[in-house]
Ligand binder design. Structure first.
Ligand code: ATP
Length: 310
């Protein structure tokens, strides 16, 4: 068994002259919740559609659960649950009848326990009470929940979810995040795309960051945080003298503003910085070492802000 539930190499998609996905090497370890993070238009959905075999890559290849795609599609896809925008549900059928229809079309599904599986999926996404309502009467959030129910109609080794909390209210968002955590605890690997950094922070152990079609970072959140070099912040009446001392010591990205000077510490010990400031006669009123938060880190990687709400 390979260590990765999803592995791609050089995965590329061009639409005409536009490169939507540019040589992406994904590595999603089994048993993890992997956040596929990036601003709108960075290529997440296109990557996911290639992973699922819904569109053909222009270049590169990938494997799901150790099976090369598309050759192993028939073997592996029954073990993969997916939530992607695509062919919709039937508007005049109820939620439960839509799921029955989907399940009936799945040759690999176990007929004997179909009712129980469908009921359980509806309950898990919180649609138990609305199961008999017609799909066309569902709110956006309910439609999203039904799509998630469809992804978990059978036990799955891998779930690939494109923006699973899109369209949900805060309560629904919390419920779906809790459901994802529960599915992961039961042993599914989850790859979810999101433009919300807070979502990644709340439920993901791993993250891959997309920017203009490229995967610009991929690691555990813990490693990303550890790599982040802290900054020092000096409060003083003479910020320009403080900045000079910081530069002389080798700190980078040194800036001043008001009664502050700040810079990236790098390998230099903070106590050395304090000693140098004092030695130079800079009146230090305050001194702090601050680790950048994840948002600053990702802005640094992509040059773009992330929506941090939710
Ligand atoms: N079928 C298509 N034909 C032409 N261009 C496309 C097609 N699908 C996607 N693109 C382009 O590819 C780029 C990446 O789009 P994609 O939907 O993969 O990004 P995304 O990160 O999922 O963003 P979003 O969150 O908005 O869906 C965009 O510039 C988009 O306009």
């Amino acid at each position: 068994m390979t260590a990765f539930a999803v592995e791609s190499s050089g995965l590329t998609k061009r639409f005409g002259r536009q490169v939507a996905v540019d040589a992406v090497d994904l590595a999603v370890p089994r048993g993890t919740v992997y956040g596929f993070l990036g601003p709108n238009g960075s290529g997440k959905t296109t990557t996911i559609r290639m992973l699922l075999g819904l569109i053909r890559p222009t270049d590169g290849g990938h494997a799901l659960l150790g099976e090369r795609m598309p050759a192993g599609a028939a073997r592996v896809l029954p073990k993969v649950g997916a939530l992607v925008e695509g062919p919709g549900f039937h508007p005049y059928l109820s939620g439960i009848d839509n799921l029955r229809r989907l399940d009936a079309a799945d040759r690999t599904a176990d007929r004997k326990n179909a009712d129980a599986r469908i009921r359980s999926a509806l309950d898990r996404v919180g649609l138990g009470a609305a199961a008999r309502k017609r799909y066309r009467a569902y709110s956006l959030g309910m439609r999203q929940r039904l799509a998630l129910a469809a992804a978990i109609l059978a036990p799955r080794d891998l779930l690939i979810l494109d923006e699973p909390t899109n369209g949900l209210d805060p309560q629904g968002t919390r419920e779906v995040r809790a459901l994802i955590a529960a599915l992961a605890a039961e042993g599914s690997t989850v790859l979810l795309s999101t433009h919300l950094l807070s979502e990644v922070e709340q439920i993901c152990g791993h993250v891959g960051v997309m920017h203009q079609g490229k995967l610009v970072a991929q690691s555990t959140l813990a490693d990303l945080r550890a790599e982040a070099t802290p900054r020092v912040r000096v409060t003083t009446d003479r910020p320009h003298d403080a900045a000079r001392v910081l530069r002389e010591l080798g700190l980078t990205d040194v800036v001043t503003g008001g009664v502050e000077a700040a810079g990236v510490l790098g390998p230099i010990a903070p106590e050395k910085v304090v000693a140098a400031l004092v030695h130079d006669g800079v009146p230090v009123r305050g001194f702090g070492v601050v680790a950048p938060d994840l948002e600053e880190l990702f802005v640094g990687l992509t040059g773009e802000g992330f929506d941090v709400s939710g």
